[in-house]
Design a protein around this ligand. Structure first.
Ligand SMILES: NC(=O)c1ccc[n+]([C@@H]2O[C@H](COP(=O)([O-])OP(=O)(O)OC[C@H]3O[C@@H](n4cnc5c(N)ncnc54)[C@H](OP(=O)(O)O)[C@@H]3O)[C@@H](O)[C@H]2O)c1
Length: 211
């Protein structure tokens, strides 16, 4: 049987700890780092993501095969920049003014925040996913009897397929939106932001938006 890839999470906050729990429950080895030292997040990880291993950011980037970005978008430059090309990076970050400040990121309205992330982090395997659903809903909906959908966008097909497998393991359906730019509809301001929908319902909204 193929072993599951090691999952790394940068950002041990609301979203990072929920995704960490889902990954541990799905049988993944999970490494997690926050902004503080390993000692300072050990208790958080022990209580909120039992089974996960607290690490430094550099260790997560070096050791994990799938890396979730779950920190404020404005802190992305603190991510260890060189990510090995074999690794898949899931960008779950959003621009949120209250957290990220008034300097809107990105300033180009035609650019998705994940395209900006892809230009800062030297990785070709950036996948935009888990941006549109609130952390509490992600946890709740992962047990829903009728699966809800998590959509993915990336310029790398293989990376998208890896992430879609993980999404299924977390208890969701997946939907391939296309390239990274197509992930715009997962961002704040979109009708789909905050929506907890089945795959069919999600596709119907996309059809309506593009009509
Ligand atoms: N909350 C949601 O429902 C939700 C849903 C989808 C997407 N998102 C996006 O996910 C990201 C995280 O949101 P959140 O709600 O989880 O925020 P949060 O609860 O404030 O957690 C952010 C985490 O990132 C850590 N962090 C800050 N700077 C860091 C750095 N330089 N390196 C490593 N870790 C750092 C923080 O650590 P310290 O506490 O030590 O500073 C904190 O643990 C944001 O971009 C947000 O827009 C959130």
């Amino acid at each position: 049987m193929k072993t599951k890839p090691i999952v790394g999470i940068l950002g041990a906050g609301k979203l990072g700890t929920v995704l960490g729990r889902l990954a541990v429950n799905a049988g993944y080895t999970v490494l997690i780092a926050g902004s503080k030292t390993v000692d300072r997040i050990a208790l958080t990880v022990d209580v909120l993501v039992p089974g996960a291993i607290p690490k430094t950011k550099t260790e997560v980037v070096l050791e994990a095969e799938i890396i979730f970005l779950c920190l404020p978008l404005s802190k992305m430059r603190s991510i260890p920049l060189i990510v090995d090309d074999n690794k898949v990076v899931i960008d779950a970050m959003n621009y949120w003014m209250e957290v990220d400040g008034l300097a809107k990121i990105p300033s180009d309205p035609n650019l998705t925040s994940s395209e900006l992330v892809a230009s800062v982090i030297q990785s070709s395997k950036i996948v935009k996913a888990f941006n549109h659903m609130g952390y509490h809903d992600i946890e709740f909906e992962s047990h829903a009897p009728i699966r809800k959908v998590i959509a993915v966008a990336s310029d790398d097909q293989e990376a998208k397929e890896t992430v879609m497998t993980l999404i299924h393991d977390f208890g969701f359906d997946s939907l391939d939106l296309g390239d990274l730019k197509a992930g715009k509809i997962l961002e704040p301001g979109s009708e789909l932001f905050g929506a907890n929908l089945t795959k069919e319902e999600f596709q119907n909204v996309i059809t309506k938006l593009s009509a």
